[in-house]
Design a binder for this molecule. Structure first.
Ligand code: SME
Length: 154
């Protein structure tokens, strides 16, 4: 996988989005489209008390996740990327899609606060190696530049 090329393509795609809804919609589609073995790619956005379902690609998912709950809620509370090689090996995992075997969640930060999280599920264990996670974090850095934090989606 040519991560450098994909990051350049991502910049071109994301820089011209007219609003956050369009931006996050295409941001999830871009990753789902370009990688195999991902069954869910999308966003949960913090509404002041909880994470709520945002634009995504994949099966129907839970709409509300409270801070501390599941992998997303853990990323929210810790403000750190969560990489779970085997979701069945941990207690604090919310199973939205039974096919999910591994998961990565990356917080999207705005002035030290979590604005939302980028959540990726894979139908195989150990999907997220160091190189892929590094790419995804860089992708979120690019994405973050184009989010209009003065406007909300929710
Ligand atoms: N597995 C997540 C819930 C969201 S779904 O993966 C789309 C979690 O444990 O927070």
């Amino acid at each position: 996988m040519n991560y450098v090329f994909l990051l350049e393509s991502a910049k071109s795609l994301l820089q011209d989005s007219p609003n956050n809804l369009s931006l996050l919609s295409n941001a999830s589609a871009f990753i789902k489209d370009n990688f195999d073995n991902l069954n869910w790619v999308g966003f949960y956005l913090f509404d002041g008390t909880k994470l709520t379902l945002g634009p995504f690609q994949g099966k129907v998912a839970c709409e509300i996740i409270h801070p501390g709950r599941g992998v997303c809620g853990t990323a929210y509370v810790t403000k750190e990327t969560q990489v779970i090689p085997d979701v069945h090996a941990i207690d604090n995992h919310i199973a939205c899609d039974a096919a999910s075997m591994s998961e990565t969640v990356i917080p999207i930060m705005n002035h030290g606060e979590v604005w939302g999280v980028f959540d990726l599920d894979a139908p195989i264990t150990n999907r997220f190696d160091e190189e892929f996670v590094d790419f995804l974090q860089k992708y979120v850095e690019i994405l973050t530049k184009y989010i209009d934090f003065n406007k909300s989606l929710i």
